[in-house]
Design a protein around this ligand. Structure first.
Ligand SMILES: Cc1ncc(COP(=O)(O)O)c(C=O)c1O
Length: 427
């Protein structure tokens, strides 16, 4: 290529940023300063762990603090967003985000708590149908949660929990293998609970096919959507999922430890016979303050609520969902595929960093995981020398999430250059 028509990678990345059909919303987020390197702002790729703060969060929080100062207890009914019904504000945008009917979702608690609440209802071992199926590379909290549920029912976790493993020499679970497992052994499975997007490899599971097969086998099917909500489009109602839960501090940018989300399919919210752990926020609001001893659960996911919700923690979720509602998951996913595809193609040329995430865009979200020789060291040097923030899962996995709301093609260019600079050195 002659020098006059040589387009540098940086120029190409800038051109892609200028011409992308969905320009970045970076300006709506507080991007941290770069810890090192030539650029003032970080290239932030750790949104799969903790998303960036939307600029509107502080204002919304300020309003709640002011209402608390001004109104004290009266704020429950007279705040500009009355606290007694605050969680209602999140229902419709959360439902749109995960493809649910409004009465199928509720924002409450944190993710692991919600998984336990869901298992209290949907994990009902009986006869020879006692097993809980998860993936071998499930997030540890899920492993602990399902083992403790087995113990809670007087069962031995070693015999009750089945961990699905990829074929020898492979990194990802094949849908066909999950389906044939369910065909063979489905009669023993009480609950199938997998991650929609695997936290380590970034693999996006075929949720509709697996849900269908799990339910056909007679199991309850729940999804941990920590790495899927806000990352990939979801149609939980249409897929006939029994339940799902997700955190909001990753792709949903609602802050550390933010209030989580929960989905319960419509066919269950009307079923009064289901066992539930209960608290006063799970009774119908029209009778809640009669303070009677018998619960009257509404025919909605709200019936699984326990306590009155933390308003200060819900405000950031509200701010964040407004952005998702405005942009729409389909447009965001399209931009996400462009960004992740670009980063993947740049990283393909790098020595010393093996791709761990599926190459097929339909089988991944935005996260790309790389196998390297010293993940912690590489991540530290990426930040110090290049201002690129990624995260390490020791000993050998680095995860990079080009989050489509606030990451740019130029950020991806910076990450690719930085990894090319450092990975082959540490290989
Ligand atoms: C896939 C997955 N499941 C569960 C959890 C636990 O979340 P929490 O601490 O909000 O319960 C995480 C946290 O990162 C996660 O990534």
């Amino acid at each position: 290529m002659s020098s006059e028509n040589t387009v540098t990678f940086a120029d190409e990345a800038r051109r892609l940023d200028e011409t992308d059909p969905l320009p970045t919303l970076r300006g709506e987020f507080l991007v941290p300063p770069a810890p090192g390197g030539p650029h003032p702002e970080a290239a932030y790729f750790a949104g799969n762990s903790l998303g960036l703060q939307p600029a509107t969060v502080a204002g919304l929080l300020r309003e709640e603090l002011d209402d608390w100062a001004r109104l004290a207890v009266e704020g429950h009914t007279r705040a500009r967003r009355p606290w007694v019904a605050y969680h209602e504000l999140l229902r419709e945008p959360a439902a749109r985000l995960v493809g649910a009917l409004p009465h199928e979702v509720v924002a409450m608690n944190s993710l692991t708590v919600n998984l336990h609440l869901m298992m209290a209802t949907f994990y009902r071992p009986a006869g020879s149908r006692t097993r809980i199926v998860i993936e071998d590379s499930a997030f540890p909290s899920d492993s602990y949660a399902v083992a403790s549920q087995a113990v809670h029912h007087g069962l031995d976790p070693a015999r009750t929990v089945v961990r699905l493993r990829p074929r020898p020499g492979e990194e990802h679970l094949r849908t066909e293998d999950i389906l044939s497992f369910l065909e063979r052994e489905g009669a023993t499975v009480a609950l199938l609970m997998l991650g929609g997007v695997n936290y380590l490899t970034g693999q996006l599971m075929d949720m509709p096919a697996i849900t269908k097969a799990g339910r056909a086998a007679g199991a309850a099917v729940g999804w941990d959507l920590a790495h899927a909500a806000g990352n990939v489009p979801l149609r939980l109602h249409d897929w006939d999922v029994d339940f799902a839960a997700w955190c909001t501090y990753k792709y949903l940018n609602s802050g550390p430890g933010a209030v989580a989300g929960c989905f319960i399919h419509e066919r269950h919210v009307r079923d009064a016979s289901l066992p539930r752990l209960a608290g006063w926020w799970g009774t119908d609001p029209s009778v809640r303050f009669r303070m009677e001893p018998d619960i009257a659960p509404p025919a909605s996911a709200d019936a699984w609520q326990l306590s009155n919700p933390p308003i200060m923690a819900l405000a950031p979720v509200l701010a964040s969902l407004e952005i998702f509602d405005r942009v729409g998951m389909e447009a965001l996913r399209a931009r996400s595929e462009r960004l992740t595809g670009y980063l993947a193609s740049r990283l393909a040329a790098v020595r010393g960093a093996e791709p761990l995430t599926p190459a097929d865009p339909a089988a991944r979200g935005c996260q790309l995981s790389l196998r390297v020789s010293d993940a912690g060291g590489l991540v530290a040097r990426l930040a110090e020398r290049h201002g690129v923030i990624a995260d390490a899962r020791e000993p050998d996995v680095v995860r990079l999430a080009p989050v489509p709301l606030y990451c740019t093609f130029h950020d991806c260019h910076r990450a690719a250059e930085a990894i090319a600079d450092l990975a082959s050195v540490s290989a």
